[in-house]
Design a binder for this molecule. Structure first.
Ligand code: TRP
Ligand code: SF4
Length: 404
């Protein structure tokens, strides 16, 4: 049973909602591409989560899963660096969800801000279901199954990561007291060497007796630096600071995704439901047409009227796509009516088309060979199940459902 280094593990998922757009690309996918080189990454399509709201008409889910996987791959998410899979192909998620449901207070789910919000937003659907109530817990299972320490998510999902932390804490508190825990923890302290052992003990005392949060942080950092102790001992000592038992399920941290990176065509946040988006794999003609028809500074009615970039959504695109010289050209040209709005939009169109060229190329490869994608997610599911198995074995054991 292998211990994993949670701080090296990243997990994130997306519901299959159809084709992605530039907002997803600049906000989420470019970040994934970067993370995949720095950490052990698991990225998955949350098709069960999609079912919680689309159970009455699941016909789109299949195709959406497919299109989204192509978008990920087109964006440069690399199955050689990260594990890509589909949630429902790793049934371990369901088992952990069920086991964790035993210890999850109803109130935690009923009070999740997304529960009421989504019910209000999706008025036309009956979301008074067991599955929908359990949405955040299924997400907790997704995360805890891999003992992922880092979870990239948008601001709207932070409350779910918070619930995950609470579930982990509760689980560790209930089941983390292995026999001989204290003796093992004490032995582990000694392994850190005299100086560090003394420091650890004093930080632990400060936290436990005075509730000093800084001491807790410092002690965690101290453990993070230790080279001489095993991962198992480290987990024990993490738990020991707080007076609990061994940390069976580590608490994840949200890595907040910056959604403000990509404005929409109308200056609002880019979103499918606002219809103000440019697709991730849009044809060059469509890109041109969408940018050409973008609204500009409303004060600039005629070509000879000067404009103000700060009041124009096109300027927001220049902030994402243009270099200093081009921005300077826009600022001066706009305010002096030296350039027209179509002139101003030209470099933006060129930059987006250029950005999408390699994405189209990669996508073409996958579109023409569905077998390739099948193979990728098959292998991804196998890898994910290997990682999941270790956690589930420990969880079953901790909860007493083992018959050997
Ligand atoms: N609920 C997330 C969303 O709508 C998707 C998701 C499901 C997820 N499971 C996850 C994200 C686990 C991060 C980790 O965006
Ligand atoms: Fe907007 Fe550019 Fe036109 Fe100025 S010149 S209003 S920044 S599109």
């Amino acid at each position: 049973m292998g211990s994993v280094d949670s701080q090296q593990r990243v997990l994130s998922g997306m519901r299959p909602t159809g084709r992605l757009h530039l907002g997803h690309y600049h906000g989420v996918l470019k970040n994934w591409v970067k993370l995949q080189h720095e950490f052990e990454c698991f990225f998955f399509v949350a098709d069960w989560h999609a079912l919680t709201t689309s159970y009455d008409d699941p016909s789109q889910i299949r195709e959406n899963v497919w299109e989204m996987l192509i978008d990920w791959l087109a964006a440069g998410v690399n199955p050689g660096s990260a594990t890509l899979f589909v949630q429902s192909q790793v049934p371990e998620h369901a088992e952990l969800h069920l086991l964790l449901s035993m210890i999850t207070p109803l109130g935690w789910l009923e009070r999740a801000p997304t529960y009421k919000d989504q019910q209000d937003k999706l008025r036309e659907k009956d979301l008074a279901t067991y599955g929908f109530l359990g949405y955040p817990l299924l997400q907790s299972a997704d995360i805890l199954l891999y003992r992922a320490g880092k979870v990239p998510v948008g601001a709207d999902q932070v409350s779910h990561v918070e619930i995950t932390r609470e579930i982990a804490r509760r689980f560790n508190h209930l089941y983390g007291r292995e026999p001989g825990f204290e003796e093992q923890a004490e032995a582990a302290i000694v392994k850190m060497g005299k100086k560090n052992a003394r420091l650890y003990r004093s930080l632990k005392r400060r936290y436990q007796e005075e509730g000093d949060m800084e001491a807790l942080e410092t002690a965690r950092a101290l453990l993070g630096e230790q080279q001489n102790i095993s991962l198992g001992d480290r987990e024990r000592l993490y738990g020991y600071i707080e007076g609990g038992g061994k940390v069976l399920l580590p608490e994840p941290q949200a890595l907040l995704t910056d959604a403000s990176k990509m404005p929409g065509l109308d200056g609002q946040k880019m979103s499918k439901s606002y219809g103000n988006f440019i697709g991730l794999r849009e044809s060059p003609d469509t890109v041109e047409q969408k940018v050409r028809t973008m609204p500009t500074d409303p004060q600039r009615v005629r070509r000879t009227d000067p404009g103000e970039p700060e009041k124009c959504p096109v300027w927001e695109f220049h902030k994402v796509y243009s270099d200093e010289a081009t921005r300077e050209w826009v600022q001066t040209g706009c305010r002096s009516a030296g350039i027209g709005c179509l002139d101003c939009k030209k470099p933006v169109i060129d930059a987006i088309v250029e950005e999408q060229r390699p994405l189209h190329e990669r996508a073409r490869e996958y579109e023409s060979s569905p077998d390739l994608i099948h193979a990728i997610i098959q292998e991804g599911a196998d890898q994910a199940r290997d990682a999941a198995r270790d956690t589930l074995e420990e969880v079953r054991e901790a909860m007493g459902v083992v018959y050997r």
